[in-house]
Design a protein around this ligand. Structure first.
Ligand code: FAD
Length: 443
């Protein structure tokens, strides 16, 4: 690509968020010229890839650390993805698959916590969430029971919204349907891979994005570039108070020992999911256990660029991170997880502290690090308030939007896209058919 190209809206980043935005703009607004620009060679090669995340469609019904408001938002958002898959036939294919999903409480503290959570709002919000008898659990997920000490009390809930999703394939589907819509409606949808946006500037009412010698001029720009969205916001003089703490999440794997997903009770308002066990949608012979958290020196997997980290988060990111981890009582959790990365002993610690809480009979030789799996989540910190945001962040100014979407961002992709499309269309004075969107994808 060379020369100057003009669009109504340019989207930077071809992960699940950028492609969902492309899908909603191309199908439900009358934007005439859209472009999506991705620096990698295909869509969703980073965090949205099937190997990078846990492939869960999060409804909030096994996330005991969510507030009622967040659980409700997450539930509504996930239903959009489910409905999209049902409407497009993806339901029967390789994009989404139904699976069993359990919530496991181990020991008195977790049992009491789960009971309170269930009684306070979860039972009311999620009619299909039920507490199971343990003799029934033995039938449907025997490895939760086998080898467990009699003294270790457990409680198990079953959700009726167990789905695994390959978000990489979902992103491909969003692109296909955007192109199809553009052919049907006579509009333009360009998708440019291997194209890295190096800079953004405001030029009157427009934004100019540069990639090498090529120039994209657009009336509105949406950055769905993960942690790099914040870097672009800062280049336009925005979000000076925000930083990112990049948190990596890796996995161990074993032979297939679980029939479905098993999430653990998350005590308090922890910003990370407790280690859970998941089948792998693309490899039916294994079970994955994770996330195993670590603190990387770069913002993206396979792109160790500490300089980008410092530009995005400020030179004081080290002391800020330490203060935040201390304020949120996360030192214990992080150091425990860091110990799981130690050679030899790490695997033993992970097995004893985490895996055996789920599958007590697994042995040392049964698990191994899942090489090539895992991703990096951008966690947003407000340096002025010294707060850690446990969910997504959206920065908007004039005709520019910057999305940073850690877990459960993929599950919320269509809700994020709907909100961005509403904002952009009102800014550009174009039509957004929200009623049709809600009729076709809402519940
Ligand atoms: C371990 C782990 C487990 C998770 N499990 C789940 C789960 O089970 N369910 C769930 O809903 N969510 C989960 N998540 C979160 C989920 O993966 C993210 O919310 C989602 O992938 C974010 O999508 P994205 O499009 O914002 O980012 P990404 O998929 O990271 O895409 C960003 C894209 O922007 C591109 N880009 C960046 N800079 C530029 C530039 N300058 N020019 C052009 N392109 C650029 C990148 O190449 C990349 O392709 C998990 C995350 C992790 C780390």
């Amino acid at each position: 690509m060379a020369g100057t190209h003009k669009y109504d809206v340019a989207i930077v980043g071809g992960g699940i968020i950028g492609t969902a935005i492309l899908y909603v703009l191309s199908n439900y607004t009358d934007a005439k010229r859209l472009v999506l620009v991705e620096r990698r060679s295909a869509a969703a090669e980073l965090n949205s890839d099937g190997k990078s995340n846990s492939q869960t469609l999060h409804f909030g019904d096994v996330e005991t650390n969510y507030t009622e408001a967040k659980a409700k938002r997450t539930n509504d958002a996930a239903r959009l993805v489910l409905r999209y898959c049902e409407n497009t036939g993806a339901h029967a294919g390789k994009i989404i698959r139904r699976c069993q999903k359990l919530l496991l409480a181990v020991g008195e503290e977790e049992i009491e916590y789960a009971d309170r959570w269930y009684g306070s709002f979860a039972h009311g919000l999620y009619g299909g969430l039920e507490k199971l008898r343990l003799d029934y659990v033995k039938e449907i997920e025997p490895n939760l029971i086998r080898g467990r000490k009699a003294a270790e009390r457990i409680e198990v809930y079953r959700s009726n919204t167990g789905y695994m999703v390959d978000y990489g394939k979902l992103a491909d589907s969003f692109i296909r349907r955007s192109k199809y819509a553009s052919r049907r409606r006579g509009t333009c949808v360009d998708v440019l891979f291997d194209t890295e946006i190096g800079s953004v500037e405001e030029d009157g009412d427009e934004y100019v994005l540069r990639s090498g010698s090529a120039k994209i001029e657009c009336k509105a720009a949406v950055f769905a570039a993960g942690a790099y969205s914040l870097l672009f916001a800062k280049r336009l003089g925005l979000a000076d108070n925000l930083s990112i703490i990049a948190t990596g999440g890796g996995f161990f794997k074993s032979r297939r020992v679980l029939n479905g997903k098993v999430y653990r009770v998350q005590l308090g308002k922890m910003p990370f999911a407790a280690v859970h066990g998941d089948p792998d949608m693309n490899n039916s012979t294994i079970t994955r256990f994770g996330p195993v958290i670590y603190l990387p020196i770069g913002l993206e997997k396979g792109r160790p660029k500490p300089i980008d980290y410092v530009k995005t988060s400020g030179a004081a990111i080290m002391p800020v991170s330490l203060k935040i981890l201390s304020k949120y009582g996360l030192f214990g959790l992080i150091s425990r997880h860091m110990s799981y990365h130690m050679p030899l002993i790490g695997k033993k610690l992970f097995l004893n502290n985490e895996v055996r809480k789920i599958v007590p009979a697994l042995e040392y030789s049964d698990i191994s690090p899942a090489k090539g799996y895992g991703g990096i989540s951008p966690r947003i910190v407000d340096r002025k308030k010294m707060t850690l945001n446990i969910g997504e962040e959206r920065i908007r100014k004039d005709n520019a939007v910057f999305d940073i979407s850690p877990s459960p961002g993929a599950s919320s992709s269509l809700a994020i896209a709907r909100s961005d499309a509403a904002y952009i269309s009102s800014r550009l004075g174009i039509d957004f058919d929200k009623e049709r969107f809600d009729r076709e994808l809402g519940h």
